[in-house]
Design a protein around this ligand. Structure first.
Ligand code: AKG
Ligand code: FE2
Length: 207
């Protein structure tokens, strides 16, 4: 039997301009007080996921949603995945500080849209303050349908890069070490989930 290979994924370097990146970092640090503990489908469970999140990314919503809408067809093609029509973009800002991690999961499992759409692509934008004061926090992407932990691709959370993969791919965030425990030294990420429509937007006329 051929060895399983990790699910398709791509890395987009220099995703934001220097100015956009700097203003996102500044805005993130100014909004520290609004971050809340991350939840999984069962609620807060630090064995599965430990991170702080900010569900409303304020002034950055539009730039991220617009860039994703503009570029996603090319990402899909590069990964060799079937094309789809974008129904919307879900966004979240996450901060991983000392001890933070996210257990192996699928993004389709975490939330199914109640609006007739569901997550098709996951795109994670990494950023942090310089000098970098955390280690770890790699993203591991596993092969489709595999349950072992032996075969995976490793994505380093590199400054100003975007990692893109299908939301059905099993993945995991390795534990972060951040000795200062200072929020500003966290591994920051904007999670973008691109939704595909699963039912028509208009209801069929009632009989
Ligand atoms: O931060 C990452 O690398 C991935 C985060 C993730 O998997 C998620 O929030 O669903
Ligand atoms: Fe995820």
């Amino acid at each position: 039997m051929p060895l399983a290979t990790p699910a398709p994924h791509i890395i987009v370097p220099n995703f934001l301009t220097t100015e956009e990146h700097a203003s996102l970092l500044r805005w993130t640090l100014e909004n520290q007080a609004s971050f809340v503990p991350a939840r999984v489908f069962t609620g807060i469970d630090e064995d599965r996921r430990r991170a702080l999140v900010l569900p409303d990314i304020g002034p950055f919503k539009m730039p991220f949603a617009a860039a994703a809408a503009k570029q996603y067809r090319s990402w899909v093609a590069q990964m060799g995945l079937p094309p789809f029509d974008l129904a919307g973009v879900e966004l979240e800002l996450a901060a991983h500080n000392d001890g933070a991690h996210f257990h192996r999961h699928l993004d389709t499992q975490t939330v199914m849209g109640g609006d007739g759409s569901h997550r098709a692509l996951s795109a994670v934008y990494y950023f942090h303050r310089e000098p970098k004061r955390f280690t770890g926090g790699q993203l591991r992407i596993y092969p489709q349908g595999s349950h072992d932990d032996e075969v995976f691709a490793t994505v380093e959370p590199m400054q100003n890069t975007l990692a893109v993969f299908p939301s059905w791919a099993a993945h995991q965030v390795m534990r972060v070490e951040c000795p200062s425990q200072d929020f500003a030294d966290s591994r920051f990420a904007v999670n973008c989930w691109l939704h595909v429509r699963t039912r028509p937007t208009t209801e069929s006329p009632k009989q």
